[in-house]
Design a protein around this ligand. Structure first.
Ligand code: FAD
Length: 310
């Protein structure tokens, strides 16, 4: 837990970012968890996943935009990505995931409005090509604003997905609220960010127990649960709860990250389950990768072995 906190604190350090960026081990971790630098790389990855009946949700890496001009660049990147998906005939396989702080959330008082505007443009483009958008959840301080943004988008695009993080104390209340919306697409995960003291469970068992409570709530509701975990125990519980509450494989989905447990992803898909892989691409991969190593230091060790034995 101490290592996790230290690594998550490091995710904001520019000095460390420069220091690690050029190493071979870092390159190994990037290659494993990031589809590539260009939108074309992500589309290619989505096509390869589709060959194994795996759905995807593509994320343009980057967060905490520090200027409205930056949010415009990222928005245009998503619009281009959606066109590429359409050209490749992949829109029934791939959707997009978007970080609200890349859209403007956090840029002062106007930031929330800017995020709604930018995300609205991405949703309109997604609707045009026949796919969907999920709004990622970031640090705890952004949760209330992110939920407001999602609510405003859903008034126009009811299929917009939101994310809930079981490590936050507030999440069971949020789950009850979103579960009341028929068809609401809700990704449930444990949570990957450093949380303010007192706002989150710190014991893994408590995080898992809270995950199961929210999962049960979603499975018994009319929402569409998206179960985002690599944890075999939670995957089994999700399968059991879905059966118990009469859900077929079309009524919920499993989600995992690109590069994490690919054999398990394919195994679940071969059973007929809907499995969606979160596919990040871009050059701004530092924060994303630090979170992957923080939640599982073995991810760095694995990549280091691959590089050093090459
Ligand atoms: P952990 O507690 O990290 O691991 C439990 C067990 O799973 C491990 O002991 C191991 O047995 C197995 N395992 C985990 N990773 C691997 C691996 N790479 N290879 C083999 N076995 C493994 N977080 C957010 O805060 N906001 C988001 O918007 C968000 N979106 C996400 C979207 C998706 C599709 C996924 C899968 C995760 C997302 N996350 C998000 C990250 C999430 O919150 C967790 O930090 C991350 O998934 C790790 O938690 P875990 O449930 O996989 O289990």
């Amino acid at each position: 837990m101490v290592l996790r906190q230290t690594l998550l604190a490091a995710s904001g350090s520019d000095r460390l970012r420069t220091l690690v960026a050029g190493t071979r081990v870092t390159r190994g971790v990037v290659d494993r968890f990031v589809a590539g630098e260009r939108a074309e790389d992500a589309v290619r990855a989505a096509g390869e996943l589709a060959e194994y009946d795996l759905l995807s949700s593509i994320d343009h890496l980057g967060e905490d935009a520090d200027h409205p001009a930056r949010t415009e660049d990222v928005t245009k990147g998503y619009l281009r990505l959606l066109r590429l998906l359409d050209d490749s005939g992949l829109t029934s396989w791939a959707e997009v995931s978007v970080k609200p702080t890349a859209m403007g959330l956090g840029l002062g008082e106007e930031g929330e409005t800017l995020a709604v505007e930018n995300l609205g443009r991405i949703c309109a483009a997604a609707a045009e090509v026949g796919t969907t958008v999920t709004v990622d959840m970031e640090a705890a301080r952004n949760v209330p604003a992110t939920l407001r943004v999602v609510a405003r988008l859903r008034a126009r695009y009811p299929w917009v997905g939101c994310v809930l993080q079981s490590y936050l104390h507030r999440t069971e209340g949020d789950t009850a609220a979103v579960a009341a919306e028929p068809g609401a697409r809700v990704r449930l995960c444990k949570g990957a960010y450093a949380a303010e003291r007192g706002s989150a469970y710190t014991d893994r068992r408590e995080v898992d127990a809270a995950f199961v409570r929210s999962l049960r709530r979603l499975m018994t509701s009319r929402a569409y649960p998206m179960v985002a975990t690599h944890d075999s125990r939670l995957i089994d519980i999700a399968t059991t709860l879905a059966r118990r509450y009469g859900r077929t494989y079309d009524d919920f989905e499993y989600q995992m990250l690109y590069g994490a447990r690919p054999t398990e992803q394919r195994r679940l898909a071969s059973l007929g389950a809907r499995v969606r892989v979160y596919v990040p691409y871009g050059t701004d991969w530092y924060g994303y990768l630090v979170r992957r190593v923080a939640e599982r230091p073995a991810n760095a060790a694995f990549a280091a072995r691959q590089v050093l034995t090459r």
